[in-house]
Design a protein around this ligand. Structure first.
Ligand code: SAH
Length: 218
């Protein structure tokens, strides 16, 4: 994994990073490459400075404006459901810190990511640029409920904030035939579930639904 390119002397996170890698490899035994891709990202640079010391704990952490970066386990879980493949076009709703975005790009997908909070969008953009992770990533400030029609169709759509009732219809329209959509759905503080659907002959086939907790799609 990429952590081997740094030494304990210049990487204060090495130990916690390796411990997280080990536990994720145990939890996702079939997905070694995916785990390595995630661990190769410097998560400490995606969270607030005050939370850096917890960057490699398997937990969600605050980013600015009351938003949060998902727990590494959840990032992997959702990415895995998305069936990532090099070259596929993926629409992500809720750029946030850009961490999930960076992972999708690491997997060589072409990522189109929308963020509704302008300062978060700007920060994500400069962060990904500074870390040299921007290649294959297209960011835009805007309302993800409308999708990104000019760039559609997308073979994959990943929503990282939960609409209260249903996945916005524009997103369904922008999913390619045979495509996969992963989204949390449900009210804040109420029952939310993560849904996985496939578009087959223009219709949506629900593959899976499990209970989760996400920030709201606004
Ligand atoms: N995937 C992110 C975490 C996302 S948190 C990461 O890895 O850091 C959910 C994000 O969705 C927040 O940044 C929030 O501002 C954004 N969001 C909420 N409603 C949105 C909407 N309608 N359109 C686009 N982004 C939205």
């Amino acid at each position: 994994m990429a952590a081997s390119s740094v030494t304990a002397v210049d990487d204060p996170y090495l130990f916690s990073r390796m411990r997280l890698a080990e536990s994720l490899h145990r939890e996702f035994p079939q997905d070694g490459e995916l785990v390595d891709a995630l661990i190769s990202l410097p998560r400490e640079l995606f969270v607030e400075p005050a939370s850096r010391f917890r960057a490699y704990e398997d937990e969600a952490l605050p980013i600015r404006f009351g938003q949060s970066i998902s727990q590494p386990y959840m990032v992997l879980f959702m990415t895995r459901l998305l069936r990532p493949e090099a070259g596929l076009r993926v629409l992500e709703i809720g750029t946030g810190s850009g961490y999930q975005t960076a992972l999708l790009a690491r997997l060589k997908m072409e990522v189109f990511s929308l963020e509704i909070l302008e300062p978060l969008y700007r920060e994500a953009e400069s962060r990904l640029r500074a870390l040299n992770l921007i290649s294959g990533i297209h960011l835009r400030h805007g309302d993800g409920r409308l999708g990104w029609p000019e760039m559609s169709p997308f073979q994959r759509i990943l929503v990282t904030a939960a609409p209260a009732e249903r996945v916005p219809p524009a997103l369904r329209d922008q999913l390619a035939e045979g495509g996969v959509l992963v989204a949390p759905v449900g009210p804040q503080g109420g029952a939310q579930h993560l849904s996985l659907e496939e578009k087959v002959h223009g219709r949506f086939k629900k593959v899976l639904s499990i209970p989760v907790r996400f920030v709201p799609l606004v």
